[in-house]
Ligand binder design. Structure first.
Ligand code: NAP
Length: 247
C-alpha cells in the first residue's frame, strides 16, 4: 500500500489550517503522507489514495491514541517512519471568546488542553518509537510563541502546554540523539487560520515587525526543512516563525 521508494510522514491535525498545508507540502515533495485527525478524510483533498492513509484519532483520549497507533503500525507494516509532525492543537476561550486566564480556567479544560497539546505528542513518540528508529526519523513539534511570552489572546493552559511541548522537544532530542531520531520544534506567531482571535489584525500592526500574518505554507516549509536531510545535524532546536514578533 505504501510506496517503498518514498519516505513516510505522519501528520496530526491534518484536516485544516497549518496541518493541511504541511500535508500538501510533503505530498508535493514526493512523500507518502499518513494523516491523523478527529474528522474523516476530506473529499476536497487533492489525492484519491489519501482516504486509505487517514487515521481517525481523538488526541484527548488515551485509548483512541493507542488504537490509532496500532492502526498506524499496521499501515507501516514493519517499515520505518521518516517523520512525525505533532501539529494538532487546541486553544479554548471563555464563553465570550476571551482569553482564559490561569485563575479562570476550569481544571477539566486545563487538563484537556494539556492532553491534546502535550500528552498526545509524547504518547505518539512512545507508540511510534520503533518505526521512527527504523526510519531514523525526525519529530517536529508545533509549539507557539505563547510558549515563550504571555500572549494577549492565547490562554494560560495553552501557553503552559506549549512551554511543556518545547521542553519535551529538548528532552526527547537529548534522549534519542544516539538512535538517529532528531527532535525539533517550530514556534509560529500569528498564522492565518481559524485558531486566531478577533483583534489579531491590530496585534500584528503593533507586535509584528513584518506587519502581516504568516501563511500556513510558511510554517509547512520550515517543518519540511527540519524533517529533511538538509537539517541532518539539527536536533533539540526550535525555530520561530513569526515575522520577528519574538524580538
Ligand atoms: N494559527 C496560529 O497562528 C498558530 C500560532 C501558534 C501555534 N499554532 C499551532 O499550530 C498548530 C496548528 O494550528 P492551526 O492554527 O492550524 O489550528 P486549527 O486550524 O484550529 O487546526 C487544528 C487541528 O488540530 C486538530 N485537532 C484538534 N483537536 C483534536 C483532537 N482532540 N484530536 C485530533 N485532532 C485534533 C483539528 O482536527 P479536527 O478538528 O478535524 O479533529 C485540526 O486539524 C496547533 O498546534 C497550534 O497551537 C498556531
Amino acid at each position: 500500500m505504501l510506496d517503498p521508494e518514498k519516505p513516510v510522514v505522519v501528520v496530526t491535525g491534518a484536516s485544516r489550517g497549518i496541518g493541511h498545508s504541511i500535508v500538501k507540502h510533503f505530498y508535493d515533495q514526493g512523500w507518502e503522507v499518513i494523516t491523523m485527525a478527529r474528522t474523516s478524510f476530506s473529499t476536497q483533498c487533492p489525492w484519491a489514495e489519501g482516504i486509505i492513509k487517514h487515521v481517525r484519532v481523538d488526541l484527548s483520549d488515551k485509548q483512541s491514541i493507542r488504537e490509532a497507533c496500532e492502526d498506524l503500525r499496521e499501515k507501516l507494516n514493519g517499515r520505518g517512519l521518516n517523520a512525525l509532525v505533532n501539529n494538532a492543537g487546541i486553544s479554548p476561550k471563555d464563553e465570550d471568546g476571551n482569553r482564559l486566564d490561569a485563575t479562570k480556567t476550569p481544571i477539566d479544560t486545563f487538563l484537556a488542553v494539556q492532553h491534546v497539546n502535550l500528552i498526545a505528542p509524547l504518547m505518539l513518540a512512545q507508540e511510534l518509537l520503533e518505526p521512527l528508529k527504523i526510519g531514523k526519523g525526525s519529530i517536529v513539534n508545533v509549539s507557539s510563541i505563547a510558549a515563550h511570552h504571555v500572549h494577549q489572546f492565547a490562554g494560560a493552559a495553552y501557553a503552559v502546554s506549549k512551554a511543556g511541548l518545547s521542553t519535551l522537544t529538548r528532552e526527547l532530542a537529548h534522549e534519542l540523539g544516539e538512535t538517529g531520531i532528531r527532535v525539533n520544534a517550530v514556534a509560529p506567531g500569528e498564522i492565518a487560520t481559524s485558531i486566531l482571535s478577533p483583534g489579531t489584525d491590530e496585534l500584528v500592526q503593533t507586535d509584528v515587525p513584518m506587519k502581516r500574518l504568516g501563511r500556513p505554507m510558511e510554517v509547512a516549509e520550515v517543518v519540511y526543512f527540519l524533517s529533511s536531510e538538509h537539517a541532518s545535524y539539527v536536533t533539540g532546536s526550535e525555530i520561530h516563525i513569526n515575522g520577528g514578533q519574538h524580538i
